[in-house]
Design a protein around this ligand. Sequence first.
Ligand SMILES: O=C(CO)[C@@H](O)[C@H](O)[C@H](O)[C@H](O)COP(=O)(O)O
Ligand SMILES: O=C[C@H](O)COP(=O)(O)O
Length: 961
Amino acid sequence: MTASATSVANPLQGLATFQQSPWLDFIRRGFVQDGSLERLVQAGDIRGVTSNPAIFQKAMGEGTEYDAQMRDVLAHATPTPGDLYEQLAIRDIQAAAHVLEPVYAASAGRDGFVSLEVSPYLARDEDATAEEAARLWAAVDKANLMVKIPATPQSIPAIRRSIAAGINVNVTLIFSLAAYRDVVEAWLNGLEELHARGGDLSRVASVASFFVSRIDAKLDAEIDRRVKAGNKEADALRALRGQVAIANAKMAYAYWQQIMQTPRWKALEAAGAQTQRLLWASTGTKDPAYSDVLYVETLIGPHTVNTLPPATMDAFRDHGTPRETLTADVDQARHVMAEADRLGLDLDGVTATLLDEGVSAFEDAFDALLGSVAAKQVALMGNSLTTMKTSLPAELDATVAKGLEEWRRSGAIRRLWAHDASVWTNGPEASWLNWLSAVDAGLQNLDGLEAFQADVKARGFRHVLLMGMGGSSLGPEVLGMTFGKHDGFGHLFVLDSTDPQQVAHYAGQIDPAHTLFIVASKSGTTLEPNIMLAYFLDLARKALGEAAGAQFVAITDPGSKLEKLAQAEGFWKIFPGDPQIGGRYSILSNFGLVPAAAIGVPLRLFLHDAQRGAHLCDASAPPAVNPGVRLGAILGLAAREYGRDKLTVIATPEIADFGAWLEQLVAESTGKQGRGIIPLDNETPGGLKHYGKDRLFLYLRLAPSHRHEQDETVAALMEAGQPVITITLHERRQIAQEFFRWEIATAVAGAFLGIDPFDQPDVESNKVETRKLTEAFEKTGALPPEAPFARFGALSFLADTANTEVLTSNAPDSAAAVLHAHFKRLRAGDYAALLAFIVRNRRTMEWMQHNRLHVRDVCNVATTAQFGPRFLHSTGQAYKGGPDTGVFLQITADDAHDLPVPGTRYTFGVVKAAQARGDFDVLVERKRRALRVHIHGDLHEGLAALASALHDALQAIAAEK
Ligand SMILES: O=C(CO)[C@@H](O)[C@H](O)[C@H](O)[C@H](O)COP(=O)(O)O
Ligand SMILES: O=C[C@H](O)COP(=O)(O)O
């Protein structure tokens, strides 16, 4: 039985007599699946369906109707929440379109449509709207689909373009006659364009959705306000209650009638075009004082549609009176409009506001909808996603919620993904955002990377030596430490030091004939990788002769000096970097993927995990459920609003190296202009009393290997009211998700801090100072002389004038006294940093750790222990550019053995010394509290002396408390 064959059994069906189609303003899966829609259609009650973001929000936001399809989709892929929503919505729309096909067929394509709205986020963007309309049209692939496009000034041209492309369009959110005129013009223009191209006009259907009841709701409120205020025209105003919306609609209809008489339309009609029908939307009664069928009964007329919410549909079926009203009392309607004008009811203002409110209400609904979809997605994906739980003081929690809501309202996450620098400082940020698409690029290049991996395996390298600094080395180091050695692949050594002992140590570990050398430098001009390369190329040449280049691979930005050198030296491979990805955001690009390939990390799985991270942090994941934005808001607001800027990392040992990568990302990105976050990696937990109010704890927990005692420590921190973020990984590979989450989080934290998270001005200053010194050395064969202000045994102390004055004011007579004066400067909220330009090995690392903890436990401040020059490309930025809360002890030492740098006059030792001096110069130039201690003679004896002096100094400080 088709709709047209149905006898008129109720008022709804009676609308057909007046050539009005009742459509249903509602959709949801169960309603279509259980045959409810079909029954209405077959009965002849309903001849079309409309949907909008608010309707889908209600449908998908509750219950489990969509779970089965979600599970199905998620079993094969990890879409973004936006894509997932779209797949669900498209299935509903297709199913409803299928139900309405008989109506469409029986009406020869004039009726029986289902509408799907373009994303409300695009309402102010012509191109994006037109593209999305075309995309949805193709994706739904049903002749009886109507794509809904809002009638914003920006979208009107997209309506023309879509009609011209043969797409059925439902123009929505029309409130004013002026907007309706523009819509009609766009529709006519579109048809004319299509006609000129020889297109089939008869298949292009369109409706213009004129919103009704919202106008009364707004104006009635204004009328009530004026009446209450004693307006002398109270009676005239009252008479307009519930009148203007209908009168406004009648004016639109009258305009449509005029258009239908124009030669322009007649020509199109003769060419087969269908008329664009007026559709009355927003026809549910809002004011209970009015009839519940008011906006149906008053607007019945030929060639129109009324889309009814279910309650209005039921009411009209029950007690509506179908009779032609649209063409009746038109003069009265004109009078109402004139009265409204005379009384100063600002209809233009109201309709403009309603359009803005309409767009933002659909945005809000879409946010809520995507939020529910994302939350469901996360729940269904279970342990295939890393999870984040937070335990925050109530005040911070509330501030974060406010910050997230602010991000939602301002659409900041969409702007971030759209590479819009207004998220940050409106500076050069947009040029540094390709890391957002790095995972997709990696997946596209996967075949090439896997082929490289297979070749590496086939060549049977025993070792992989990666040379690079900061962003080029810390990521690969995490991969090496986290994933370990894979069968058939070499062991990874990461060299990011200029310490001659360190270089010699690595040289001693590898056999050049069985080593794959990877030199990684984006710029290709960084001093350290260049001299490391010079050294190891020389070493390899000595062992392998001219064939040495074939053992080398370079990762560098296209056109760099390093690229040229690699070509000249006949390197095996040169992998390009992306000039629009900064070093510390490069782990998921070739800078991480090539080393990952070289050590046998399963790339496809790794990238799919990274993709999970990226998709869950997508623009379509609203801030409150976006794992990256949530984390970023906590980091940024904890630092900005509460001075909780010491991000203290506790991690399951198996994934603990992540902290070194994270330190660079967070510190170098945020630590500038006196603001920022100071990450503290690997600070062994201590008693609660050692932690001040400047801490924010991060517990990175690898569930399968978690340590009970760490869980307990963290529980105690939470108990004590310290803010704790717990991120749980269910397997190591999920570190890839965390790489992406932290990149987004850092960028977001940067936005909250009001800085550019993609530059590193103070690292650059350090490089400049170092270059000056090495250039001076090239010329003179010596570094400029320097004079310690004190020497005690093997320990010399150096500082600038300002620091020296403070440190010598009490005429220190021992190393302990100098150190006492130095660390005595620590205040609550400060941090102490040990910055050692010495060989980095287990023994020295233990020394550093022991002494940093000693400082923490006596001074109750946050501490960090860093090796130079490694940290110069990482946390060094924040030490110099971040908050002035650091107290720095730089440690340098004589080199027992030095190594020449081939092709230069200097040695590794000279470079390292220049770097330490450059570092110190910039620190003091920034007026930081800094002291340098230089160890003469044997390093370990000197370290022992220093530890003992420090011990005495700290004991004195403790005694003074
Ligand atoms: O499809 C359309 C219009 O084309 C409808 O879904 C339209 O969006 C709705 O009728 C309105 O949003 C409902 O408005 P209201 O009852 O919330 O004021
Ligand atoms: O973090 C980046 C380091 O400063 C190294 O830079 P590069 O990759 O250009 O050599």
